[in-house]
Write a protein that binds this ligand. Structure first.
Ligand SMILES: C[S@@+](CC[C@H](N)C(=O)[O-])C[C@H]1O[C@@H](n2cnc3c(N)ncnc32)[C@H](O)[C@@H]1O
Length: 284
């Protein structure tokens, strides 16, 4: 089967292409903080049953599986499912399926913890984020009372093309603005969680980085086709626009201005983080 014929879930990008170079360019940030949040449920890890929604190439599952009794995963891309199967091999405590996180096949109160990492922005095309509400209701249904939901996402400030934390967004401003619209503003997310009866709602800035080290050191990386495939923001650009952004980056390498911008983005990341983990508990 061709990659383009495989199942895909994102509302704007074909992840079967994206995953070809995903692991060479991305890292699972916030692992330490996620484990800390799961620990706060006071259920010992060796008893915890965890779900990851939209697990991509399985970078989080492949780490967290070593701590937990069982980990389940639901992913909309067949390519992601296959990459993850390769990573986890025949691990007995990992259960993967291709599916849709808006309509889970699990019975009520099944999980102690449910995590999604950089997934929410794929769910909706409408500005009122209706699928997000479906996702939250479905999460509440499958999480046991006293369990926890973690949502690793990004804030509007982090995504800002001029003052945000991803230096290359300056050269793809149109796409960055389109991307910002896909991310629900965090205060609205917090309020929706509250309205749906979640408790202990809080935000944590995760440690670690989203991209591999070369992104922060070498601006030429952002002109690389494999790098561009590994960030769905490039799905908002036409082939001509990609040629234009590459030319912009090339000339800012020549005049040195890109390095100033990289330092500015790095300083901002130190202040506000590269992502945010929103967590919330289901009432006992
Ligand atoms: C940016 S990737 C993140 C992958 C992984 N969580 C990570 O952080 O490495 C977003 C993932 O969400 C998946 N996805 C998007 N919408 C989905 C849905 N409704 N159901 C299942 N998976 C979905 C995509 O296929 C993709 O793998």
């Amino acid at each position: 089967m061709k990659k383009s014929d495989k199942k895909n879930a994102s509302s704007y990008c074909n992840y079967n292409d994206t995953f070809i170079s995903y692991d060479q360019n991305r890292q699972p940030n916030g692992l330490r903080e996620l484990l800390h949040i799961f620990k706060e449920t006071r259920v010992p890890f060796e008893e915890q049953v965890v779900l990851e929604g939209g697990f991509g190439t399985g970078a989080y599952i492949d780490q967290i599986r070593h701590h937990m009794k069982k980990i389940y995963g639901v992913e909309g891309s067949e390519q992601g499912y296959e990459e993850t199967q390769k990573k986890v091999g025949d691990a007995k405590n990992v259960h993967l399926q291709i599916g849709n996180i808006l309509n889970l096949s699990f019975s009520d109160d099944f999980f102690h913890a449910y995590m999604v990492n950089q997934v929410l922005h794929h769910l909706d095309t409408e500005p009122s984020y209706p699928n997000l509400t479906l996702f939250l209701k479905e999460s509440r249904r499958v999480i046991k009372p006293g369990g926890v939901l973690t949502i690793n996402t990004s804030t509007q400030e982090q995504l800002n093309p001029n003052s945000g934390v991803y230096w290359n967004y300056k050269y793809i401003e149109k796409a960055a603005v389109a991307m910002q619209a896909r991310y629900i503003p965090v205060p609205i997310l917090l309020s929706r969680l509250g309205k749906l009866g979640f408790t202990n709602i809080k935000t944590t800035i995760p440690s670690g980085k989203l991209f591999q080290e070369q992104y922060y050191r070498n601006p030429k990386v952002a002109m690389d086709t494999d790098f561009q495939k590994a960030d769905s923001i490039y799905c908002f650009l036409s082939a001509e626009e990609i040629v234009e952004t590459n030319a912009l980056i090339r000339s800012s390498i020549d005049d040195g201005s890109v390095y100033q911008h990289m330092v500015q983005a790095e300083r901002q990341a130190e202040k506000i983080g590269e992502a945010v983990i929103v967590s919330a508990r289901t009432p006992l």
